[in-house]
Design a protein around this ligand. Sequence first.
Ligand code: ADP
Ligand code: MG
Length: 250
Amino acid sequence: MHTLGERIVDFKNVNFSFGSGLAVENVSFSISKGEFVGMIGPNGSGKSTIVKLMLHLLNPDSGKIMLFGTDIQQFADWKKIGYVPQKATFFDQNFPATVFEVVSMGRFANAGLGKPLSQNDKEHVIDALRQVGMLEYAKRRIGDLSGGQQQRVFIARALATKPELLILDEPTVGVDSRIQHSFYQLLKKLNKAGITLILVSHDVGVVSRNVSKLLCVNRKVNVHDISNGISKADLTCAYYPEFEMVPHHH
Ligand code: ADP
Ligand code: MG
């Protein structure tokens, strides 16, 4: 069990480049247990790269990353981290799996791939579907659902591993703006249930109304604590004048 305030993620002076030029420059921040953190910044600012560094899908060129107090190079407890990648819902809509089967994939990390799911695994799948309000769709084909419903199913898949940290990379891109409100309500509910959340978005306004800390990304990272309210500087933090911002219309 973890004590309140325990460090879940620590970046210290992390640098990363894909070749020419830094994509992530001297980034330091920490995230404690129970926080709901928004990671905002324009397209191409390095948000997904930071997430991939956090998941050890990429290795930093320099600096140090700690997960749950362990150096990421030694960290092995990946079940503690749920991840919904960017464009999760951009899959082949003819994919012949039911909602239950898709969420079951989240349990193979625990059960072992190829092994049948135990009753316990199945209960975790059902529980995850219930948490996102999609249990009644369990037998439906994933491709037959709306974008917003599919998004919930992919969150359920990440939740099925019982993660302590859930990372969502641009989860509302391609999702109807009308259902975004209920989506943020769901995230708040998960956070209240004790899950530490990192929500990546280029939509500053929406995210900042829902989180307690903003990581403003533009190759570098500025940390803004907005738990006691938000200032104009907080809202515009990711948009440095030297960086040409791409406007987004919804
Ligand atoms: P964001 O998620 O904020 O939109 P990314 O982290 O995806 O930004 O990208 C940050 C920068 O790194 C961009 O300039 C992007 O073009 C570059 N980049 C991302 N992925 C790759 C890759 N696989 N190879 C080369 N450059 C990449
Ligand atoms: Mg991205």
